[in-house]
Ligand binder design. Structure first.
Ligand SMILES: [Zn+2]
Length: 401
């Protein structure tokens, strides 16, 4: 123990090799005769009684028959890292519950040490994860950071099978090349075994999915279509609000406050807000018509028969195209273009969950927001795999969480 004024600053544990046990070659793990000893090194261990704890050990070098002179295998260490595997696992597990900065502060270490520990933990898991039995894939784009540069978007690939939902891959940008890289990482066996792929109407993705996973039923996600509709309603509302304000009409102010009720599902708006919404809806405003179109579309998802769903889609699109509301017309055109893929939702009914991609996206947002301080893509990538990848974890005797 080292400390001042009776207060321990750190605990140092000096380790000595057992004389009767030979060191093992770090390449092949076979026992080998000793060669010499290196100078002493330190490894950070799990804190004891809240006091930072270090292992001190002078590693031996062994003369391996196959590999020549090698440093011995050190069971508590991984590579040249100055932290024991036990501590890396410990920090990594806490790093899932607290922010990295908080983890570093609580356990009196550096942000960098937490980062490196998580990196090791995640790489350990990625190398050992099993990519078998994946039938349903969700592909999506995520916005990250500030601005709309190409680098502010990420492509994510999820497994969305009922029994296992997890992040499989995350990469920079949202281009064909990004998705191709992702699918390549998963390997041809996974891609050819897919039965369902769920995505947005983003053209680069559509093209890659058609080219590489043609056997899978490609479904356009309900959640994405709903959000396109919501965006259209909001565009109509904003446009109308500023037109009315310019004309000096009082209703402009009311429209401004109805943004959220308008975007929610109609059946979920209650109470006073509902009354305000009703007042708006009985008006002849463009926003009211856009909202009504959006609400009508929700019936689409209730159809059981493909034929009727198709008929409804047709009817809805022609109504929207006659609505003289440009944002709604745009959605209608988009839906028409992708009609077969949208109708695949009915062909896949019951087999894939429409909420899976949305749910995983929301979780990603929590992580990317918490990781606001992360300057690099790599750090965030590690955080995402760590929280959403369901990766296998190294065994640990110091598991506290
Ligand atoms: Zn060897």
């Amino acid at each position: 123990m080292h400390g001042r004024e009776g207060q321990a600053e750190c605990i140092e544990i000096r380790l000595v090799p057992h004389e009767a046990i030979r060191g093992r070659c770090s390449a092949c793990r076979q026992p080998a005769p000793g060669y010499d000893r290196l100078s002493e090194r330190k490894w950070l261990f799990v804190p004891l009684w809240g006091i930072p704890t270090w292992f001190r050990y002078a590693p031996r070098r062994v003369q391996c028959g196959e590999h020549g002179v090698m440093v011995e295998h050190i069971p508590w260490s991984a590579g040249k890292r100055p932290i024991t595997c036990a501590m890396m696992g410990f920090l990594a597990r806490w790093g899932r519950r607290l922010s990295w900065r908080e983890t570093a502060r609580v356990f009196q270490t550096s942000w960098e040490a937490v980062y490196r520990s998580l990196e090791w933990f995640v790489q350990w898991g990625l190398a050992r994860r099993v990519l078998k039995g994946i039938e349903a894939l969700g592909v999506d784009e995520i916005h990250w950071g500030h601005g709309l540069r190409a680098d502010n978007f990420l492509t994510v690939i999820y497994q969305i099978d009922a029994g296992c939902r997890r992040l499989l891959w995350v990469g920079k940008r949202r281009t064909q090349a990004s998705l191709r890289r992702g699918l390549q990482t998963l390997g041809p066996e996974v891609v050819q075994g897919l039965r369902f792929v769920c995505s947005d109407m983003w053209k680069p993705y559509l093209q890659v999915i058609a080219a590489q996973a043609g056997q899978a039923l490609h479904v356009l996600d309900r959640f994405h279509i709903t959000s396109h509709l919501n965006q259209a309603v909001d565009q109509v509302r904003r446009g109308e609000s500023s037109r009315l304000r310019a004309a000096g009409k009082a209703i402009a102010e009311r429209l401004k406050h109805l943004r959220w009720p308008l975007l929610r599902r109609g059946s979920r708006v209650r109470g006073q807000v509902r009354q305000k919404l009703n007042a708006l809806l009985s008006s002849k405003l463009a926003t009211a018509r856009a909202w009504e179109l959006k609400e009508t579309f929700s019936h689409f998802w209730k159809y059981k028969s493909l034929t009727w769903a198709q008929a409804f889609l047709d009817y809805w699109c022609s109504r929207a195209l006659r609505s003289r509301l440009e944002p709604m017309k745009k959605v209608a055109r988009m839906l028409r273009t992708h009609e077969p893929l949208i109708l695949n939702w009915f062909r896949a009914k019951g087999e894939i969950s429409s909420g899976a991609v949305e749910g995983l996206n929301n979780k990603i947002r929590v992580v990317t927001r918490r990781s606001y301080g992360f300057r690099t893509f790599h750090a965030m990538e590690i955080a995402l795999y760590h929280t959403l990848g369901r990766l296998p974890e190294p065994e640990s005797t110091h598991r506290f969480c």
